[in-house]
Every structure is written in C-alpha cells, then in structure tokens.
Design a protein around this ligand. Structure first.
Ligand code: NAD
Length: 458
C-alpha cells in the first residue's frame, strides 16, 4: 500500500470519527455482533491461513486464536454497556451543591500494530476492545503472516464501514510511515526493540501508547512441587505454537534437587503430547521462517543437549528440545521464542529471586510449588507483568484479569474491562448545581470565610 492510500484511509477515519457514529453503545454492539458473526462465517479461511503461515492445526487455531477472539468479543457485547456508563463518584461537602462523575470517552483514531505469532487473535482482541470503547481503528498486521493478513482484511472490509476499521497491509516501511502520522492512541504488540521505536515516534505527537512486548519468562520449579503435573503444564505452555508465544516459559529455573526427576517427566510428557517424532506431527506448528529456524538450531550444541534436538529443513520444524544452561550461556541472553527450553538450577530461593530481579522485567512468571509461603514469595518479590501459580500461560485466557507487561516487557494492559479502560479517556466532570452559590471562595475574604474554608479543607 502506498503512502497516498494510507493518508486517504487516515483521512476517512478522522471524518468517520467526527460524525460521532459510535457515540452510543448500541452502534458499537451492532458492529461487535457483525464481527462475531463474520468470524464464524470465515472460520475455515482463517484456519487455512494459519495452517499456511505457521502450520497450526485446527484445534490449536481455534483454542488460541479464533476461540479466544470470539470470547473477547462476546465479553464486550455482554459487558460493554455497563463499562460505558457514567460513573458517579463521592462528592465532598466542600463542593455542595454538585455531582461529580467520570465519563468514558473514546480516544478517537487508534493504530493497532500486530505481530505474526498469533496473527489473528492479537489483531482481533485489541480491535474488539477499541471499538467497544467507541474508537475507529487502523490495523497493521505483520508481513510475516501474509495469508492471515489477507483474511483479516477481508473480514474487516465485510464487517465495518470504511473509516470505522481499516487494514493497512505492509511491512516496516508502511508501519514506519503510519507511526509518523498523528493518531489518538497506539496499541503495539511485538518486540521490545520495535516497542522502543513506537514509543519514540508516539512522543512526537504526545500520543498515548500501550506496548505489549516480550522477554524471558522464568518458570520456577521448587523442590516441593508436584513434578509430574508441573512437567505436563510446562510442556503445554512451552511447545504450543512451537514455542513462538510471548508468555511461553522461556527457561526452567528449578531447584537443583529436582532437576533429574523433572527432566525425566518432561521427556515423558513431550512424547505423550507430541509423539516420538514431533517433526512429522501435523498438529505441531513450524517455525515462522528460515531465519527463526536457523536461530533456534544455533542454540543446540552437543554439550548442552539433554533431549530432542532433531529438525526437518523441508517443513521448518524443530523437536521440543531441552538444553542445560547457566545464566552466562547464549540461550539465556535474549528471549528464545521457539521450541528450545533451557534448564537452569538454583540452590536457595533468595538467590533465585535476586537473579530474576537483576534481569529485564519479564512479561510472565510461573511458579510450581505446593507451599503458599514459597508461591507468595515469588509472586510478591519478583517483578513481572502477570503469571500463574502451578500453571503456565493460562492467565492470558482470562478476560477478568487483564493482561500486560511491565517496563521492558511492556506498559499498559488489555482484555475484558481493562481493555475497555485502555481505549477510553475518562473525563472528570463536576456538575455544579445553580440553586445555591456559597460565598466562601469569593473575595473579599474575611475571618469568618477563612474559618469556614478551614473547616471544609483539612
Ligand atoms: P516485531 O516487533 O518485529 O514486529 C511487530 C510489528 O512491528 C509488525 O507488524 C512489523 O511490521 C512492525 N515493525 C517491525 N519492525 C519495525 C520498524 N523498524 N518500524 C516500524 N514497525 C516495525 O515483532 P514480531 O517478530 O512480529 O513478534 C515477536 C515479538 O512480539 C516477540 O518479542 C514476542 O514476545 C512479542 N509478542 C508480545 C506479545 C504480548 O502480548 N506481549 C504477544 C505476541 C508477541
């Protein structure tokens, strides 16, 4: 798409917004209902596109992309009206006679930039939250999942009036051009590196941003954990989408005393869930491209390999692979984002917490332990976006919780009510009544007025 076409879309969005077409929740709800219906209509095309771009199976595509998106839309259809209502706040006596309230208002024209790993869900969920809050949206999906981008465009074009929601197909260049324009809000999901560029560019126009970024998510396994269950849930969270999940456990950080037992259970679980030859398993997704495939292969050495390590060049698949690591190893420097799972050990809980907190703040943290004291210690003393106790990644599928990172792993959050709030500006309104006008605040001042003021303001 060329720059002239992009400018034309932005213009039509501004015109649309100025008509206040989505100022009532009824209009927004109708749009959400159309979106819900049309996703169901295009379901097979969405599955096919996810298969083409990432090799995802239909079950995985429904569970992690289509189903989650439908769930978020349905949540907004059900609860959006309540979120959009004026919220009266307690009015202090010093303001008498008056009523104070907060009014959720759309920001206006929102830019949503999405990545390739969950290309459908990570585009549709922010769109659902943004339009429930009354905004218009331009979506820029990733160039690395082109088939899904095409279906997203088809879906958006058949669902929304032009100017309400539009798709800009393109890569870095188009994205960069979009970021030079003046949006009312930018919602970005992607890498920490590009997140920095987004924030810099947004500052030119004082545009508020939500950044949903990445990082190395630790998965702690304490000596008292249910090792069998931990292994099952870790294998699920790590190797879903071949490890290309922002909240996947990036590394296991386990107590040295349980490493061997955990390793044996992880190996067993990998075979149970993915079979003896995962690279030939049709339900096991592939790496997105040759570059990612090569990066992943580079993490595996003869010396560190514990389990797995086989790969197939023709379908870009790498087996779920376990490697032994220390914090100095290459695999422990940046987010892995693939089916390689390093195992690092600790001896003392305090040492583990210090090590986690000395690194960039992760998007998620998981702790497996039966002890409430140990669970609470990690949950309160480590810095991270969100997480689970005795599970992995499932907090992302819980609209009531909200989802987001902190510092290097992001800022702001969405999903459910939090998503509505993210895309709303809350105007603070004081509605002063006219039947009485207390004189204390007006000049000329007097001792009596001063005394009364001090009575109210203390
Ligand atoms: P990315 O940052 O490379 O790309 C994201 C988007 O930014 C794409 O649409 C791309 O076209 C655009 N982009 C890329 N380079 C740009 C540039 N120089 N200027 C302007 N725009 C540019 O991320 P990705 O590789 O698509 O996704 C993987 C990353 O996303 C991982 O780090 C992962 O952890 C993170 N992620 C985070 C979440 C979350 O919810 N926090 C979810 C999924 C992925």
């Amino acid at each position: 798409m060329d720059n002239e076409q992009i400018l034309q879309i932005i213009k039509s969005q501004k015109v649309y917004h100025e008509k206040h077409k989505t100022s009532t929740f009824k209009e927004r709800k109708n749009a959400l209902k159309r979106l819900y219906r049309n996703i169901q209509l295009l379901k097979q095309e969405i599955f096919d596109a996810l298969k083409t771009d990432l090799g995802k199976s239909e079950v995985e595509s429904y569970m992690t992309e289509v189903g989650l998106s439908l769930n978020e839309i349905r949540y907004m259809i059900r609860h959006g009206r309540r979120f959009a209502k004026k919220k009266r706040v307690y009015t202090p006596v010093s303001q008498f006679p008056a009523v104070g309230y907060k009014q959720a208002c759309p920001y206006g024209n929102v830019l949503v930039i999405s990545p390739w790993n969950y290309p459908f869900m990570l585009s549709i969920e922010p769109i659902a939250d943004a339009i429930a809050a009354g905004n218009s949206v331009i979506l820029k999906p990733s160039e690395y999942s082109p088939s899904v981008s095409d279906v997203l465009k088809k879906l958006v074009d058949m669902t929304f009036e032009r100017g309400h929601v539009d798709v800009v197909i393109g890569g870095k260049e188009e994205c960069s051009f979009l970021l030079d324009q003046d949006f009312d809000y930018i919602f970005f999901t992607g890498s920490t590196r590009v997140g920095k560029i987004v924030m810099q560019k947004a500052s030119e126009h004082f545009t508020p941003v939500t950044l949903e970024l990445g990082g190395k998510c630790p998965c702690i396994v304490s000596s008292d954990a249910d090792i069998k269950l931990a292994a099952r849930r870790i294998v699920f969270g790590k190797f879903l989408n071949s490890g290309q999940t922002c909240v996947a456990p990036d590394y296991i950080y386990c107590h040295a005393s349980v490493k061997d037992k955990l390793l044996a259970e992880l190996e067993r679980e990998i075979v149970v869930q993915y079979g003896v030859d995962p690279v030939s398993n049709d339900d096991y997704p592939r790496l997105v491209n040759q570059k990612q495939f090569d990066v992943m292969k580079g993490f595996i050495t003869e010396k560190n390999l514990l389990f797995g390590g086989k790969y197939k060049q023709d379908n870009l698949k790498i087996e779920p692979t376990l490697i032994s690591s220390t914090f100095d190893d290459e695999s422990m420097q940046d987010e892995i984002f693939g089916p390689i799972l390093p195992i690092v050990t600790f001896d003392e809980i305090d040492e583990a917490i210090t090590n986690i907190n000395s690194r960039p703040k992760p998007l998620a943290l998981y702790v497996f332990s039966k002890s409430k004291k140990i669970q609470d210690k990690f949950m309160t003393q480590c810095d991270f976006g969100g997480g689970c106790i005795n599970d992995t990644i499932m907090h992302i599928a819980f609209p009531g919780l909200g989802f987001g990172g902190v510092k290097q792993s992001g800022m702001g959050a969405y999903h459910g009510k939090t998503g509505f709030e993210t895309f709303s500006h809350y105007k603070s309104i004081l509605d002063k009544k006219c039947f009485l006008d207390l004189p204390m605040r007006y000049q000329p001042y007097s001792k009596l007025k001063y005394k009364i003021i001090k009575m109210f303001l203390k």
